[in-house]
Design a protein around this ligand. Structure first.
Ligand SMILES: Nc1ncnc2c1ncn2[C@@H]1O[C@H](COP(=O)(O)OP(=O)(O)OP(=O)(O)O)[C@@H](O)[C@H]1O
Length: 257
């Protein structure tokens, strides 16, 4: 059975003076353990699509099924990581990363084990008593990654999580996020404006059309590359031709406006 299935999904926003169809006719199947990226022109509905998958929004038409069950509302089965880390400034790093567990009533030491293990793996174990303002942007995003994974969600939704970082930090964090997600065998969907990032991190890249966004083309990344760390993928001889292929398609979409 498909892990995540989008069937003829459409989302239209109705406001007092406008009707906006953000996405339409989206048919997509994602298997367990896959890493998918969604790219496309600005305003084509990428974030809307993630919000629909998270259960924060409901489709106007169509269905979204996770493990065969229709998604009705946000649940701990799905984790979200955004461009801004949204850490609570008045809580320590330790309190921030265990907050999700606390709201789920999981306060036992054994239930927090994964969170502490992740803090250690991501080099943050000496920062547990610090406050977010005492950390760099890259560190804060690492904390956001730990917070997302600590409740052990089945599906991860990443909405431009690296776009506010400087280039070097972004490259390092891509590697770290990728290896952490792969190690834990999670299924992930990344929204990004960066073609290179999409290709370096994913098994498949989905290119959406202009709004209303529908799937224009899907690009598969060779299996041996999809298993490599993103930084190494960027250096591979197959990377540039694939980048050019995606770039050309994006350019052709621009010409259609
Ligand atoms: N709550 C809302 N009410 C009305 N219109 C909305 C709402 N949310 C999104 N939209 C509209 O839906 C369209 C798609 O927005 P969305 O943010 O999903 O695009 P995006 O591809 O993520 O954009 P970007 O690339 O700029 O981040 C836009 O025209 C946006 O104005």
């Amino acid at each position: 059975m498909a892990f995540l299935q989008l069937k003829e999904v459409e989302k239209t926003f109705f406001t007092y003076d406008s009707v906006t169809t953000a996405v339409e006719k989206i048919n997509l199947t994602i298997n367990k353990g896959e890493f998918i990226s969604i790219i496309g022109p600005s305003g084509c509905g990428k974030t809307t699509l993630l919000s629909l998958i998270s259960g924060l929004l409901h489709p106007t038409e169509g269905q979204i099924l996770l493990d065969g069950k229709q998604i009705e509302k946000p649940t701990p089965e799905t984790g979200y990581m955004l461009q801004q880390d949204y850490l609570f400034p008045w809580l320590t790093i330790e309190q921030n990363i265990t907050l999700g567990l606390k709201t789920m009533g999981k306060t036992k030491i054994a239930e927090k084990e994964l969170a502490y293990e992740l803090l250690d793996t991501l080099g943050l174990s000496d920062k547990t008593k610090h406050y977010p303002s005492q950390l760099s942007g890259g560190m804060r995003q690492r904390v956001a990654l730990v917070r997302m994974l600590s409740t052990d969600p089945k599906l991860l939704l990443l909405d431009e999580p690296f776009s506010a970082l400087d280039y070097q930090t972004k490259l390092k964090l891509e590697n770290l996020v990728f290896s952490t997600i792969r190690t834990h065998g999670k299924t992930a969907i990344l929204v990004t404006h960066d073609i290179g990032e999409a290709l370096a991190m994913s098994d498949r890249v989905i290119l959406l059309t202009h709004r209303p966004g529908s799937i224009h083309q899907e690009f598969s990344v060779a299996h041996h590359l999809a298993e490599e760390l993103p930084f190494n993928v960027r250096l591979d001889s197959q990377f540039t031709p694939l980048f050019q292929e995606v770039w050309k398609e994006m350019e052709s979409l621009e010409k259609q406006t």
